[in-house]
Design a protein. Structure first.
Length: 246
């Protein structure tokens, strides 16, 4: 079922996000509009990666009901919704404080490159390693935080989502830096997340992701016009998301 929901999310994203990519730091619109888009995007990007954990939970629960696994997935999605709300608040506050400083032709390009380099560095930190270990070995996480009942399923989903946010927040920050409304970068980030969580060679996955982010950061810094799929924001354009949001 999660794969079906993810497929619907991808279909919606491709259909609705077409032509809305304004590159780095694309405007987020209103909070309600952004969260609606964000929730669909997270379902599309993250449900395939968390599906094995939900399937394992479904086999372990005594209730043998479809409701508990769905509540687990809902809790997971709620955690990512909270992360999206925090990202919106950070972007809103940053825009108010910095104003036009974050425009691409001013500091925007440098901040985007720095975000990618920071994300590359985070891939090699002990915190990333711990969080990724929880995501890759869900059995121990489930046994260590087991709660019965529907509320327990929701709570366990929230906790699993928190570990996932800890694992993937830097990749999501890179997504903002490359273009949050870009289906191309959405697919690339989702692919990196899936590779890190499922590829048997864990170190190969994390070091490979770190290298890719490092290269992207250096390219954005030096020759952004040569980064495939990267939209360079026009200096006189108004964000399409701001125009199209309610």
């Amino acid at each position: 079922m999660l794969f079906a929901l993810a497929a619907i999310g991808w279909w919606w994203a491709v259909d609705r996000m077409r032509g809305m990519d304004d590159g780095a730091w694309t405007g987020l619109g209103t909070l309600g509009w952004f969260l609606g888009v964000w929730v669909v995007m997270m379902a599309a990007m993250m449900f395939p990666s968390v599906a094995p954990t939900v399937a394992l939970y479904a086999r372990m629960t005594k209730a043998r009901s479809v409701i508990s696994p769905l509540l687990f997935a809902l809790g997971y999605l709620l955690t990512w919704t909270a992360a999206g709300t925090l990202a919106f608040a950070f972007a809103f506050a940053g825009g108010r404080v910095a104003g036009g400083v974050l425009l691409w032709e001013r500091a925007g390009r440098w901040v985007a490159a720095a975000t990618l380099l920071l994300a590359a560095a985070y891939e090699l930190t002990p915190l990333k390693d711990v969080c990724l270990g929880k995501c890759r070995s869900p059995l121990g996480l489930l046994l260590g935080s087991w709660r019965d009942g529907w509320f327990g399923a929701l709570r366990m989903g929230l906790k699993n989502g928190a570990w996932c946010v800890g694992c993937c927040w830097a990749l999501m920050a890179s997504f903002f830096a490359l273009g949050i409304m870009s289906v191309v970068w959405m697919a690339i980030v989702a692919g990196l997340i899936a590779i890190e969580k499922t590829l048997p060679w864990r170190r190969v996955a994390t070091y490979g992701t770190a290298m890719l982010l490092l290269v992207l950061g250096l390219l954005v810094l030096a020759v952004p016009d040569h980064v495939p799929g990267l939209t360079i924001p026009a200096s006189d354009s108004v964000s399409r998301m701001d125009q199209m949001s309610p």
